[in-house]
Ligand binder design. Sequence first.
Ligand code: TYD
Length: 313
Amino acid sequence: MLAILKMLLTSLIYLITISFMAIFCDLTFVENLFEKLQFDYVIHLAAESHVDRSISDPLAFAKTNILGTMNLLNAFKTLWQDQWENKLFYHISTDEVYGSLGEEGLFTETSAYDPNSPYSASKASSDHFVRAYGETYNMPFVISNCSNNYGPNQFPEKLIPLCINNIKQNKPLPIYGDGKYTRDWLYVVDHAAAIDKIFHNGKVGETYNIGGHNEWQNIDLVHLMCRIMDRKLNRPNGHSEQLIQFVADRPGHDKRYAIDAAKIEREIGWKPSLNFEKGLELTIDWYLNNTDWLNNVYSGAYLQYYDKQYQNS
Ligand code: TYD
């Protein structure tokens, strides 16, 4: 992601919304910011993104993901009126808008939207608003929908960093339901590379699916993390697997996500660069070497969330 930031912050004026959530919900602030800095391009990544949190607080997701996106759209429209030459609103979204797959098939750019969680419903809605601003006001836009990301700096509410942290601390590894839910995992740096390519070479008005061709059932993935971490922490083989605990399922849990990334590969020339074992090793090493970062987030509000979310585990 840093590489992208460096590359983008060269000439024209960009707004990149990575951790900008509280602020972009404030329309006056956003409009003043756009007025002052005259952004030519918006790359909108900021969102509430954790499904479990959306189940306990759906309204927060509607506010941030729908109204926050609309604030950015409105500010962009107010700033440029109909003068859209060399302007772009790039909206980053998720494969979860397409709902759940059965055993077979892949999500394509023409799959019907069928969101099941408050999180995915809020992202689907924001995608619809971006397209609507394109149709109604001619705003140049592009959208990408990506599969599950993993890598350094991910908040430990998500499956992979949560397990890394719990294995390190010898805490239970909570697996929802039967653990046979499937996700298509992509290393975050590969996602960042895809965003960079779409930003520069994507066609206005188009959607691109981004995925890793890398489907894993949760239980197999957790076993793999246990094996890698036992080796890295010099623990006996099989030690961490004993921490696995099957817990109550997530309500409305989507069975399977998997992306058909043929369009971005064919039209933009992007492909994932890293195989999963390598990406997982890099990720685990990052968490093991960045204890200060982890200790900092592993406190206060996060611990309260954790205790509430996993109270019966
Ligand atoms: P998550 O990382 O929350 O991503 P998403 O819900 O966006 O796919 O979860 C990935 C998978 O792991 C999902 O099937 C839910 C499951 N899961 C668990 O089994 N236990 C957990 O504690 C968490 C956070 C997720």
